[in-house]
Write a protein that binds this ligand. Structure first.
Ligand code: SF4
Length: 233
């Protein structure tokens, strides 16, 4: 029995179809490492895709700018339209108030996903898109059901907007995500994004005798050896 080659160079990408023949996809993106493989898959499928970078959760602003610039760099390489949305971090903090001590994948993250999807869906409705999705779900650190629930809830508010719950991890997607990140030498963030995830990652590291996160210095090409232990993407 022949084995499928899922590697970046060997994988014969299937032509993906949108769920109901939708023609314009607004793809919410959280960062270049998660988005890269998905953007490649969509480009290969000739699905009309625009990347929507809306992440007011990312803290501090230098980290936000770095993650965004990495994503812009790859969008330009593929010739894929990129929307640089608002960094309304004060609204994010106001919305999260009272959930600061929730663990990752808990209620705070639902609030955070809801906010990002609501803005994505509203933008899609206002600008002629009929389909939304997100790169968030490709990360093994995330709860895909939690993300999909938030995406569907946001899309349901608007007539003519569908949420696409495609599982980007399958058919070698997770492995190619890492391979592509290395190939493109993407910035390798080591915490989910918000100040609370940075706090908790540092607490966890210190409790194990490790150094705290050093932001802005790690890029995938240099860091592949320790990916399985340290990456938060
Ligand atoms: S841990 Fe990540 S998903 Fe959860 S609230 Fe923070 S930034 Fe948002």
């Amino acid at each position: 029995m022949s084995q499928i080659d899922y590697s970046l160079s060997g994988y014969e990408r299937p032509k993906l179809q949108t769920p109901n023949g939708e023609t314009k996809l607004l793809m919410h993106s959280c960062c270049a490492p998660c988005a890269g493989e998905i953007m490649e898959a969509l480009a290969a499928s000739e699905i009309d895709t625009t990347v929507f970078f809306y992440n007011p959760n990312i803290h501090p602003q230098e980290e936000y700018e770095l993650r965004k610039e990495e994503n812009i760099r790859f969008a330009e390489k593929l010739g894929m339209p990129f929307i640089d949305a608002d960094y309304n971090k004060d609204d994010w903090f106001a919305r999260i108030k009272g959930q600061e001590d929730e663990p990752e994948r808990g209620a705070r993250c639902t609030t955070c996903f809801d906010m990002r999807f609501e803005v994505t869906a509203a933008y899609a409705k206002a600008h002629g898109f009929d389909l939304i999705s997100s790169t968030l779900g490709i990360s093994r650190w995330k709860d895909m059901n939690q993300i999909n629930g938030c995406g569907m809830r946001a899309a349901d508010v608007f007539d003519g907007i569908t949420y696409w719950d495609f599982n980007w991890r399958k058919q070698g997607g997770s492995a190619r995500m890492l391979e592509l990140s290395k190939q493109e030498e993407f910035y390798q963030q080591e915490y989910c994004g918000c100040v609370y995830s940075l706090r908790d990652t540092n607490k966890w590291r210190v409790s194990r005798g490790r150094e705290k996160v050093e932001r802005g210095v790690k890029f995938y090409a240099e860091a592949m050896q320790s990916l399985s232990n340290t990456s938060n993407k």
